[in-house]
Design a protein around this ligand. Structure first.
Ligand SMILES: [Zn+2]
Length: 490
């Protein structure tokens, strides 16, 4: 990993935003946030956040000290100044003297302290940014840091590697208590360039945007170099799964195994969309002799048993794997919900990732977009686990800690708020979709929530129409009068 800082790029950001009345502090904050956000080895799908401390005018025209911190729901790779809402810094800092603060109360106070009442919610890690004194604070979930920290002795490994350059914060769930713990560790040794949050990620900070950003890169590079030393071979397979069925044969079986009757609509099914990924690293992981151990750790679940020659055997094995996963998940929910007093609402127990030895991994979701996110996160987790196992033994947070994250009260509050479109999870195949009627049909299905495949003998026409519908619409060259072409298209 290398620094992406370019002086001319930073100046261009300052000039570009100055035209909209954005001050250099915030322009540079946007510039390095995007540098961090474009690297999937640092942040993925909305993870990570950044901040800058500066002064701004409030709605009455009075100058106030503020923290501009990434709001929830925006992506660091494409962040804009409006995605970093300004929060009154003195009000945030006053909270440090409290002994406790619920997540709901924290969110309310953060919103009340916004300069712009319609701004997005500041990140749940806002207080951690506010309690640190530095002008620029950067936070990522860098893969290399997680590989060295997600170990039984992760804190010792980090302490040795960084030799006093960073503070090590034991695992605490994000929120007020983590912010307080991190600030105390910083205060005890204010010369550090950053903080490693065990089994979570890393913070770096500095007086300038460049200093905070380049410290992040330097600290991550040290972890990357450590991962190249004293590596052992991982996931050695005793016998390779044979008789690999093509992905086109496996995918419908998996999709069927993960479908459920829709209780609300007679005769309707709730289905999932699949995203397939494969490659040497994924196969090495999925084929490993101890997959049941490391594959179940963290988010990567469930493993399907090795494939057989006969489709029926495979079908049965895959259905059994999904059923076993759902049963395990329901038992986990019941056990954990009892621990917290039975107040949580269960989430969908179906798997979001399936590993098929000899084939690869599937991400599953209620839309193509969600399936891709699931596959991206699984691929990232798989790389983190592989590197962790190469230098030691991967160990994620405990089951209790995992449940507390998964069933976070702020996330639970969102449940049921979003309404799904009627055809979510369904796939519509439209023939002759390069033409006007076909294209209009595809558009109507997509608008109702279905993922659409546009078939036509005229490939460019199908592609053009698919592009007009959106990034997940698929164009396929297909002559429906020919059975061979039909299969090739599938
Ligand atoms: Zn974080």
């Amino acid at each position: 990993m290398k620094s992406g800082w370019v002086d001319s790029g930073a100046r261009a950001a300052i000039d570009r935003y100055a035209r909209n009345g954005v001050a250099p502090d915030l322009a540079l904050r946007v510039y390095t946030t995007r540098l961090l956000g474009r690297d999937p080895k640092l942040v993925l799908h909305g993870g990570g956040n950044t901040s800058v401390k500066t002064t701004m005018s409030d709605l009455l025209g009075e100058k106030v000290a503020v923290l501009c911190v990434k709001g929830s729901g925006s992506d660091m790779a494409t962040v804009e100044p409006a995605d970093l809402p300004a929060v009154r810094l003195d009000r945030l800092r006053k909270l440090r003297t409290r002994a406790a603060l619920s997540d709901e109360e924290m969110v309310r106070i953060q919103r009340e302290s916004l300069l712009e009442p319609t701004a997005p919610n500041p990140s749940v890690e806002t207080l951690l940014h506010a309690f640190l004194p530095h002008k620029f604070v950067d936070h990522t979930h860098a893969s290399a840091i997680l590989s060295i920290a997600d170990q039984p002795d992760g804190e010792v490994i980090c302490a040795e590697l960084y030799n006093g350059r960073v503070g090590i914060v034991p695992y605490v769930m994000p929120g007020f208590l983590l912010a307080k713990a991190a600030a105390e560790i910083y205060d005890a040794k204010p010369v550090v360039e950053g903080l490693i949050l065990h089994k979570h990620g890393i913070f770096s900070f500095g007086d300038s945007a460049r200093e905070a950003y380049e410290r992040m890169i330097a600290l991550v590079v040290l972890a990357e170099e450590r991962l190249q030393k004293k590596r052992k071979a991982v996931f050695v397979t005793t016998h390779l799964p044979q008789a690999i069925a093509p992905v086109a044969a496996v995918a419908p079986i998996l999709r069927g195994a993960c479908s459920r009757k829709n209780e609300r609509i007679e005769g309707a099914w709730r289905r999932m969309i699949l995203e397939f990924r494969t490659g040497p690293a994924i196969l090495n992981f999925a084929n490993g002799a101890q997959l049941a151990r490391y594959g179940q750790a963290g988010v990567v679940t469930p493993a399907a048993p090795p494939q057989r020659d006969r489709t029926d055997d495979f079908k049965r094995a895959l259905r059994a794997a999904v059923t076993a996963f759902v049963q395990r998940y329901e038992a986990y929910f019941a056990r954990q919900n009892a621990r917290v007093g039975g107040i949580k609402r269960p989430l969908d127990p179906l798997p979001r990732v399936a590993l098929v030895p000899g084939l690869g991994l599937f991400g599953l979701g209620r839309s193509k977009k969600d399936a891709r996110i699931a596959a991206d996160l699984a691929q990232c987790a798989l790389e983190i686990i592989t590197d962790a196992e190469a230098i030691g033994r991967f160990e994620s947070i405990s089951e209790d800690e995992m449940f507390d994250m998964e069933y976070w009260s702020l996330e639970q509050a969102k449940l049921g708020a979003a309404t799904e479109k009627p055809l979510a999870g369904q796939i519509a195949v439209i023939t002759g979709a390069g033409g006007t009627i076909g294209a209009a049909t595809a558009k109507a299905f997509a608008a109702a929530g279905a993922e659409v495949a546009l078939l036509d003998v005229d490939q460019p026409a199908a592609e053009e129409k698919a592009k007009a519908i959106g990034a997940t619409a698929l164009a396929v060259k297909c002559d429906v009068t020919s059975p061979v072409s039909d299969r090739a298209g599938a």
